[in-house]
Design a protein around this ligand. Structure first.
Ligand code: SF4
Length: 347
């Protein structure tokens, strides 16, 4: 038995006794595993819980997902962020329905070709839903394994992921879905990111080289990320009677196909904002400064200021009531936050 293979039994025992009670672990099938794994990408478990239940209630099968109207789909996903994920899910659902009779493929070679499926997600679906002996290597797993094996390789590098994937492939047990989830669960609950690991309660502490050599604070090694790009916008909340004006974002790029409040790049002073609105042909009755906020994406930071504007005439555009906005038009979280009156001081 290799040293790494010794982790299998204590890890599975620990998982059986300590795993979190999560909806997607109760009834496992490829569709549900896929939905949960896509939602969990770069998103906290606590946030995903409510979305997962709601998504499956509205779209219980892959056929429902394949044919749902795009606006309705984005509305279900509203607030979860990374909207390209759900657009890719729908593309994949349509392919699975048309090419695979509604059954998500059970081979790595086929599933990896589908939209939105990367190496990690392929491994998760195949191991959890189909019990195929394929590892899942995410940030949690990289952290746990590099600590266990005292490996100073840079976990930001693809070659480190490939090496760890190879090491894990050689030790995968029959309960492969549970094993993969157990490693990730240990990383989420015990071998913590950005905090000291809870080695005293870890089921692997007697096997862990970083713990035994008191070097847990040195691992994992990860090169720093590039700093976030910053973008400034002035946002207009245009009111006419009980309606506000929305517009649709383009079909490409960040937050594609969602709706938004009218906006312009840069921060305009009140005087500049008035002049801009006039030049656009808006008949302004009154204008006042609104909230401002910063909204953080993984690679980008939006710095938003806003103006609340009453107009005299409803020039052509998408005017919606509050009720319509809430039920029908998916808006990025940043705009919903502005409308809810949040500002930097309330964060
Ligand atoms: S003993 Fe500590 S460092 Fe090692 S795997 Fe467990 S929690 Fe992580």
């Amino acid at each position: 038995m290799t040293d790494l293979e010794k982790i299998v039994s204590p890890l599975l025992q620990w998982y059986d006794q300590n795993k979190r009670d999560l909806a997607w672990r109760k009834e496992v099938n490829p569709y549900k595993t896929w939905v949960s794994e896509i939602m969990l990408q770069q998103t906290r478990v606590e946030q995903v819980k409510g979305y997962y239940d709601r998504f499956l209630k509205k779209l219980p099968t892959i056929y429902d997902l394949a044919k749902v109207d795009r606006d309705n789909l984005l509305k279900i996903w509203e607030g979860l962020g990374y909207y390209q994920r759900v657009c890719n899910m729908q593309k994949m659902a349509q392919i699975v329905v048309s090419k695979y009779e509604g059954k998500i493929p059970d081979t790595y070679e086929e599933i990896i070709k589908l939209p939105g499926i990367g190496d990690y997600t392929a491994g998760a679906i195949l191991s959890i839903a189909y019990q195929k002996k394929i590892p899942c290597v995410d940030g949690n797993v990289l952290r746990v394994i590099t600590r266990l094996t005292l490996d100073y390789s840079d976990i930001a590098k693809e070659e480190t992921k490939v090496k760890i994937k190879d090491e894990l492939t050689s030790i995968l047990p029959d309960r492969v879905g549970d094993f993969n989830q157990a490693l990730m669960e240990l990383g989420a609950l015990v071998c913590l990111p950005n905090k000291p690991p809870l080695c005293t309660i870890c089921p692997l502490k007697e096997l862990c080289l970083a713990h035994l050599q008191k070097k847990t604070d040195q691992l994992p090694v990860k090169t720093s990320k590039l700093s976030k790009r910053k973008e400034k916008y002035t946002v207009f909340i245009l009111h006419y009677q009980d309606q506000i004006l929305l517009q649709k974002r383009t079909d490409q790029g960040l937050l594609a196909a969602l709706y938004e409040l009218p906006n312009i790049t840069g921060h305009l002073s009140l005087k500049e904002a008035k002049a801009y609105l006039k030049a656009q042909g808006y008949h302004v009755h009154s204008i006042q400064k609104g909230n401002k906020l910063k909204h953080i994406f993984s690679h980008l930071e939006w710095d938003l200021i806003s103006y609340s504007v009453q107009v005299l005439e409803p020039f052509p555009g998408l005017w919606v009531t509050e009720e319509e906005r809430k039920t029908t038009y998916p808006l990025p979280t940043a705009f919903n936050r502005l409308l809810k009156g949040e500002d930097q001081n309330e964060k």
